[in-house]
Design a protein around this ligand. Sequence first.
Ligand code: TGC
Ligand code: FAD
Length: 405
Amino acid sequence: MNQPDFTALKEHNTGRDQFVHPDFYLIDELLTEEQKMIRNSVRDYVKREISPIIEACCQEAVFPHHIIKGMGEIGCFGPQISVEYGGGGLDYISYGLAMQELERGDSGIRSTASVQGSLVMYPIFKFGSEEQKRKYLPKLATGEYMGCFGLTEPDYGSDPSGMVTCFKDMGDHYLLNGAKMWISNSPFADVAVVWAKDESGIVRGLIVERGMEGFSTPEIHGKWSLRASATGELVFDNVKVPKENLMPNVKGLKGPLTCLNSARYGISWGAIGAAMDCYVSAVNYAKERKQFGKPIGGFQLQQKKLAEMLTEITKAQLLVWRLGTLMNEGRATPAQISMAKRNNVDMALHIAREARQIHGGMGITGEYPIMRHMMNLESVITYEGTHDIHLLILGMEITGENAFA
Ligand code: TGC
Ligand code: FAD
């Protein structure tokens, strides 16, 4: 892999991203001035710092480390975490809008922010000791520390309850053994929030730091998806974890699953960003590209695709706005979040595929963002609970019957 020349890319590509979001139902009128300001500030950042370089990052499968500081400065890490610990203290609609704009840039960039805010800062904020909060959260908010979240294992993905990673109490420390798989940000993370079983088989959360002996983070190569995001393993070979690194305030699988609620909520907004980018590109292309003597946008078949895309985006926007309101009131249920994550990622993937067709052969090139979004969304529909798992969560909510096992 080659490191792209970021300076040259920015010089060449700055100003090319002229994105304006579709707002067919005037949903902006439901947003506060502060929410719109946050949305616009993240959008400007994406246009300036992400759009000019992202295609090259994906082509070369490189995570652009230099963006971390700027993402911290505009408040993308832990916008929903209390300001007392360095977070943004923002409401959940603002958080969602930030994720939407980042994922409009690229799902891998949104992933980096989701993991940092919802899966590393959130568990430390919610379940950590006061010392842990003071030690880690302010540095995670600025990006001085980057974090990752280890739940999935090679043999336990959808069913994390079977995890085999475990730790023993050795008196003055814990001894951690096992491995985690498919971990976003692991290759460069300074800290890992790791879910492991204690000697009674109860799932607990530990904060593991890079540099602890026996802890390694090999990178997973060869992905066709989320190529601008670094994914890896977490390997624990008799790692001595200080006792003060156990998060004291949660026991059981509800610990990691509570964090997933926040991250899945963010994805339900993020997917709209990817969908909107594909839709806007498809509208522009359909108006410009001529075949049989007229713009292809003048043919009914292309209009059907565009009309259905806009309809689905509008429905998804209304879904997340209402869900965000329920989140702000503390009334959103895990099943409601599952519905939004499942629907909106599937919607975005469908729109990416339709947009790809509208772009004809050009749709498979890096001239347009379509194929990159489409490939990214193949991960997004699998991580944070697969499409099937979210359907089963809804099925259980409706019937009261558990169809998982
Ligand atoms: P089950 O017996 O149903 O539940 C165990 C305990 O957890 C509680 N619970 C929840 N609590 C909070 N929020 C939720 N969403 C919860 N769902 C369940 C439940 O009440 C119970 O509590 P208690 O007190 O009775 O012990 O658990 P189960 O073993 O039957 O599994 C349920 C299932 C399948 C829904 C769950 O395990 C699941 O969601 N599986 C999918 C796994 C998953 O999403 N993994 C994601 C890994 S992280 C990731 O992908 C990051 S990608 C990051 C990026 O790059 O963006
Ligand atoms: P499996 O669980 O093996 O599922 C395979 C198929 O079987 C799926 O279609 C699934 O829906 C289906 N299936 C499973 N159980 C049932 C059932 N009961 N009924 C019907 N169908 C079923 N994990 C982390 O912990 N941290 C991370 O940061 C992280 N980042 C990731 C980044 C990427 C790029 C990817 C691809 C994954 C990441 N993951 C992460 C892991 C992700 O959460 C898992 O891939 C996901 O939970 C699915 O697990 P699995 O891949 O083992 O698939």
